[in-house]
Design a binder for this molecule. Structure first.
Ligand code: SAM
Length: 290
């Protein structure tokens, strides 16, 4: 059985192998046969069946018997790669159980296409697919994902972008980077990276961004935020503020401990100086008041 990827929008993305597999198989199991039939010429002796979440169970026996008789078949979804947030898992699993060879004809996948242009860490990623439709359940799931380190990938109907980005702001924070990949390979394709809050506001201001299909690729927690060096920051703060205030502010914005911040303001970052600095110059622990 061939598991065949098809275009996300641009028909030229149908690979020659995918076309040949679809043209030559004696049976094509498609999510919506009307959509996939547009990709290849009609053949009267070819059988087309519709496979979706509900029909899948009844069809498995029929399709696997067809395959066991030595005939070939293709599994295909409306767009992209079957089984990726699409039907087919039970059929593929049953084929393995019955010793039937399953082979991919790889090609487009919205999640991978979006990740490839997201400009976010791509060495590790977490594919979540669709979030729950209701905001309470969606926020609960996002809270569970808030500490995931790899880049996160979500499938989002574009009409829900503002609501989903608002929930992401509440649960993941406004500042994380997120890339919107909308209508990939289609006429009105949008690829845009910004902070969660800036992207939410931008989408809200442009109703056209709420049409079609979208993927959100969100920065994971492991990616370090770009940081100004404590040295540069300390020099700037020293110029503008009394030392105690400069140290307090440096600690707050840089994440340094109070003692480290005080050392930077005093012009020394050597760990061996810490105790000396502390007793000679630093006010009582945690107290920067003059
Ligand atoms: N199996 C498909 C794949 O390989 O990507 C995904 C199917 S899932 C039912 C449909 C979702 O994929 C859409 O809601 C959207 O999130 C994403 N998607 C599909 N085509 C897209 C496109 N051209 N641009 C952006 N996202 C797309």
């Amino acid at each position: 059985m061939w598991v065949v990827a098809t275009p996300l929008g641009h028909l030229d993305d149908l690979s020659p192998r995918a076309r040949s597999a679809l043209e030559n198989a004696s049976l094509v199991a498609a999510e919506d046969t009307r959509i996939t039939r547009r990709l290849v010429p009609h053949r009267k002796d070819q059988r087309w069946v519709s496979v979706n979440e509900h029909s899948e169970a009844g069809l498995i026996e029929e399709i696997t018997n067809h395959l066991l008789a030595g005939d070939d078949a293709c599994l295909v979804s409306d767009a992209g790669t079957p089984l990726i947030s699409d039907p087919g898992y039970r059929l593929v699993s049953a084929a393995h159980d019955k010793g039937i060879r399953v082979s991919p004809v790889p090609g487009p996948c919205a999640a991978i296409a979006a990740l490839s242009v997201a400009g976010l860490a791509s060495d590790r990623f977490f594919f979540e697919g669709f979030l729950p439709a209701k905001s309470t359940a969606r926020q609960a799931r996002l809270r569970e994902l808030a500490s995931v380190e790899p880049t996160l990938i979500f499938y989002v109907p574009a009409r829900d972008l503002v609501k989903v980005l608002s929930d992401m702001r509440e649960t993941l924070g406004a500042k994380r980077q997120v890339t919107l990949a909308r209508e990939i390979t289609k006429q009105f394709e949008t690829i845009k990276r910004d902070s969660i809050e800036a992207l939410r506001a931008w989408v809200e201001a442009d109703p056209d961004q709420c049409r079609g299909e979208a993927v959100l690729v969100v920065q994971g927690v492991s990616e370090p935020e770009p940081m100004i060096s404590p040295h540069v920051l300390a020099e700037a703060l020293k110029e503008a503020l009394p030392p105690s205030q400069a140290a307090r502010l440096l600690g707050r914005v840089s994440g340094l401990s109070r003692q480290q911040a005080w050392q930077w303001i005093q012009g020394s970052d050597r760990a061996s100086d810490a105790e000396h600095q502390r007793s000679a110059a630093q006010p009582a622990d945690g107290d920067f008041s003059e």
